[in-house]
Write a protein that binds this ligand. Structure first.
Ligand code: ARE
Ligand code: CA
Length: 482
């Protein structure tokens, strides 16, 4: 459950939040495959409650009403078509699995596929689930419960969402059936939503009943799904991430919090010299890492002052550090623009999601941010692929907020988060030659569209990053784009 089973040479996944299946299939073929992306986390594919009373918020997708594959992102056939086309393009699909709970508490009761539910009776006929399938007696998690009471956090309702009893054989079989149908379609793994709200022993039973990945989609025989469990653990609670790491990977929320703090000036970059478990982070091989996610970019979940696309210069630097450093299994966020933190994706008056448009400079329109299409981000995905299998060496810093390091003899990166210019002769660990900085531009035949770097026979080069430059990063590597 710890191996993402990326195609050879690939490393990074992107969360295409609220994208439609047909658009994702096209994105795999025209952009993600050719640019070396490893995988995609898709929004929950199972039917959810349509919440018109809140103008179709993004969070309606975290309110399952059945396991039918029918949402605003598309139907089952479109989902399967996407999985096929993405796997053919070398890009894996990971499903956000909502198995802790079902929808509840709203006056509306019709799902995106037309299923209905009777909340007062705990009745979900399209699964079907009934009252005996939920934890009883009914109770709701309060803020204090996180500090004292694992049993309440696991057996009571999260925000009033009807809490399934994963200890029940019938509930397990419904959940496993849903997840196995997705594996058979060709997905490579799952995000386990709200894992902290389920007993690790129940999750183990569920994981162990999952099928091996589908060899018709290019997975090796005997491959287990990649599983990363959403456990928000910033310390100080009665539940710990360590209860979950023996089972599968875990989302590391400290990662984005600490890097956001550092690149916002709250911590000097030089301290990143020992980035990893010495910072209190999980062991690298069980750690799913990200700067922001769909919750904390809008103040949900653990919140905190997390960098997002809205503070683009610092955000790009934090993402570049994530991708340049070998720690963890990185996930990029790809957002739609928002002011209202509840608002769903761009939609028409019937509630249909409006597809992103693609501009000539690779960026998106129609209200979609597409951080994964920003040059400074997708070229760092290539950097990570080129550096795959190497460690960090030849660390340099100025004792403050200018740092640089090599990845073996494959790649080199420098950051300048000071108010003055970085101008240093540094060891790049690369063979002599002229390299194109992949942050300010790319290689175009024999020239660079952005800055270029002359590496001498001793591997050293003069590295310059002005404090007023558009980006605070310079990166070069041995791949074709640099
Ligand atoms: C919505 C409404 C609620 C309403 C509810 C039921 O906002 O007012 O009561 O529906 O009708 C998302 C949204 C929620 C939304 C929910 C369902 O964020 O606002 O509720 O969808 O539509 C805890 C959990 C963690 C969870 C976060 C949000 O531990 O698992 O809360 N994150 C996941 C997803 C979310 C999703 C859900 C779970 C539910 O990523 O997108 O919710 O499927 C401390 C603790 C954390 C705790 C945090 C916030 O930091 O350590 O564990 O996170 O506080 O309480
Ligand atoms: Ca629960």
């Amino acid at each position: 459950y710890f191996n993402p089973h990326y195609a050879p040479g690939r490393t990074t996944m992107v969360h295409l939040f609220e994208w439609k299946w047909d658009d994702i299939a096209a994105e795999c073929e025209r952009f993600l495959g050719p640019n070396g992306f490893g995988g995609i986390q898709v929004s929950p594919p199972n039917e959810n409650l349509a919440i018109w009373s809140h103008n179709r918020p993004w969070w309606e997708r975290y309110q399952p009403i059945s396991y039918r594959l029918l949402t605003r992102s598309g139907n089952e056939q479109q989902f399967a078509n996407m999985v096929r086309r993405c796997n053919d393009a070398g890009v894996r699909i990971y499903v956000d699995a909502i198995i802790n709970h079902m929808t509840g508490t709203w006056s509306e009761n019709v799902g995106t596929g037309g299923s209905t539910a009777n909340f007062g009776e705990w009745h979900y006929p399209s699964v079907p689930y009934g009252r005996n399938d939920f934890n009883w007696p009914h109770c709701v998690i309060s803020g204090n419960d996180y500090g004292c009471c694992p049993d309440r956090v696991r057996n009571c309702e999260l925000s009033g969402l009807k809490d399934l009893n994963q200890g029940s054989e019938y509930v397990r079989s419904m959940i496993v059936g849903y997840m196995n149908s997705l594996i058979d379609i060709g997905v490579a793994g799952f995000r386990i939503d709200a894992a902290k709200h389920m007993w690790p022993s129940d999750l183990r039973v569920i994981y162990d009943r999952l099928h091996n990945l589908n060899t018709d989609h290019g997975f090796p025989s005997g491959a287990r799904p990649y599983i990363y469990q959403e456990v928000i653990d910033l310390g100080g609670e009665a539940m710990s991430r360590d209860e979950y790491t023996p089972l599968a990977a875990v989302t590391e929320f400290k990662f984005g919090m600490e890097l956001s703090r550092a690149f916002q000036g709250g911590n000097q970059l030089r301290w990143l010299v020992n980035w990893g478990p010495q910072w209190g982070l999980l062991a690298s091989d069980v750690s799913l890492t990200f700067i922001d996610n769909h919750d904390n970019q809008r103040g949900h979940g653990a919140g905190g002052s997390i960098l997002t696309y809205k503070q683009a210069r610092q955000y790009k630097a934090a993402v570049a550090f994530m991708l340049a450093h070998p720690y963890g299994e990185p996930q990029l966020m790809s957002s739609f623009d928002f002011v209202n933190t509840e608002a769903g994706p761009p939609m028409d008056s019937s509630g249909n999601i409006i597809s992103p448009s693609i501009n000539s400079d690779n960026t998106c329109g129609n209200g979609w941010i597409c951080e994964h299409r920003w040059r400074q981000i997708y070229q760092m995905v290539q950097f990570r692929n080129v550096a795959l299998g190497t460690g960090v060496n030849d660390w340099w810093d100025n004792g403050g907020n200018q740092i640089a390091f090599c990845r073996g003899g494959q790649a080199f990166i420098a950051f300048n988060n000071e108010y003055w210019t970085l101008n240093q002769n540094l060891q790049t660990c690369l063979p002599a030659g002229t390299y194109c900085d992949i942050i300010s531009g790319t290689r175009n035949g024999n020239s660079c569209t952005g800055k270029s770097v002359q590496v001498g026979n001793d591997g050293r080069a003069t590295i310059i990053i002005g404090s007023d430059e558009y980006d605070m990063i310079l990166a070069i590597h041995r791949g074709p784009q640099s």
